[in-house]
Design a protein around this ligand. Structure first.
Ligand SMILES: Nc1ncnc2c1ncn2[C@@H]1O[C@H](COP(=O)(O)OP(=O)(O)OP(=O)(O)O)[C@@H](O)[C@H]1O
Ligand code: SF4
Ligand SMILES: [Mg+2]
Length: 321
């Protein structure tokens, strides 16, 4: 049984201007100890998918249909109270996008990190202090940092504190939403190495969300490519990076800045993603796709298997099948 199985998930935002179909019929699985990368342009629904898995979709959003089965429990069926006491932070935690800037400015690192330990683990203040020191050392920080306030830390240090917070209750699954954006390249590499090490030691599962495919190439076992609220291609990283099948994945890959090697001119994907209140009929990528056919503008392509664990939703790959 996979650790996580998301099936036909729809999470919409009911705004005054219309219904934003941010996650529209997404299915995926995650095995224990696996790192799944989720990539796609800004606004394609990556964070909404993450919030759904944690049961924290902000209003006016809500899960409309589908299931999210985590270790045998459908968490869409749990009450807020059950989610809070059984799942959130203890079993599934999240490093929120921009979290390092959301650390509470008036609390020291120790106060912020010890709170969940006191509340959820019933530790005394002294026990919590020792655990905070251990967590800080684990993420490569000096434990004396616990006496400091967020504004006294560098961006990289703050991000390590946020990762320590996500790991405080030793969860089985950590969702990291753009964990290195806004950090400089050297610090980015350190944070990514840290995450790799922490995952590897504990056989933890990670969902790593980023618009940067080069980060996924470094860390993920498997990749899901999202476009306009849908997963359009999913497969083992090695397969996606060497044999991408969906035109959108192919274009995204051309747009990766090379971390190593000469700087090449980046490809640019013409056009913009659709308005998720009124997505185009058929394939949502059709208005931007260089290979669009008549069928693409009428009927939505389903996910089909094109290789070992490799799935694609595109009419091109279905021709002649
Ligand atoms: N609170 C909200 N109210 C209304 N619409 C929202 C809200 N949050 C997100 N959306 C919409 O849902 C869609 C998906 O947004 P989401 O934040 O999940 O994208 P993303 O892939 O994480 O983007 P980014 O890479 O910029 O973080 C977008 O169209 C966005 O405008
Ligand atoms: S289904 Fe058609 S429009 Fe969509 S990606 Fe494939 S070829 Fe392009
Ligand atoms: Mg996001």
């Amino acid at each position: 049984m996979p650790l996580l199985e998301v099936k036909n998930l729809k999470t919409y935002f009911f705004t005054l201007g219309g219904v934003v179909k941010a996650v529209d019929n997404v299915s995926l699985t995650l095995e224990r100890g696996e790192v799944l990368g989720i990539a796609g342009e800004s606004g394609c629904g990556k964070s909404t998918l993450a919030w759904s898995i944690l049961g924290l979709v902000p209003p006016p959003g809500r899960i409309v249909s589908g299931s999210i089965v985590f270790d045998g429990i459908d968490i869409t069926k749990l009450s807020e109270q059950e989610l809070r006491s059984k799942i959130r932070w203890k079993r599934i935690s999240m490093v929120f996008q921009g979290a390092m800037n959301a650390l509470t400015p008036v609390f020291t690192v120790e106060m912020q990190l010890s709170e969940p330990l006191i509340i959820h683990k019933g530790m005394t203040k002294k026990e919590a202090r020792e655990e905070v020191a251990r967590l800080l050392r684990m993420v490569g920080l000096d434990e004396t940092i616990m006496k400091r306030y967020p504004h006294e830390l560098s961006g990289g240090q703050k991000q390590r504190v946020v990762i320590a917070m996500a790991l405080a209750l030793d969860p089985d699954l950590v969702i990291a939403d753009e964990p290195t954006t806004a950090l400089d390249v050297v610090i980015q590499a350190q944070i990514l190495n840290l995450m790799k090490e922490l995952q590897w030691k504990k056989k933890r599962s990670i969902i790593l969300i980023t618009h940067d495919l080069s980060i996924i190439a470094e860390l993920a076992d498997r990749v899901a490519i999202m476009y306009a609220g849908k997963i359009v291609e999913m497969g083992p990283s090695s397969e996606i990076f060497t044999n991408p099948q969906h035109p959108y994945t192919q274009l995204l890959l051309k747009a990766i800045p090379r971390l190593r090697g000469p700087i090449e001119k980046l490809a640019y994907i013409p056009g913009t993603p659709p308005d998720l209140r009124i997505p185009p009929p058929g394939c949502r990528f059709a208005p931007r796709c260089p290979f669009a056919m008549d069928v693409c503008r009428k009927d939505e392509p389903e996910m089909v298997k094109v290789g070992e664990n490799h799935y694609v939703a595109c009419w091109l790959t279905q021709k002649g099948r």
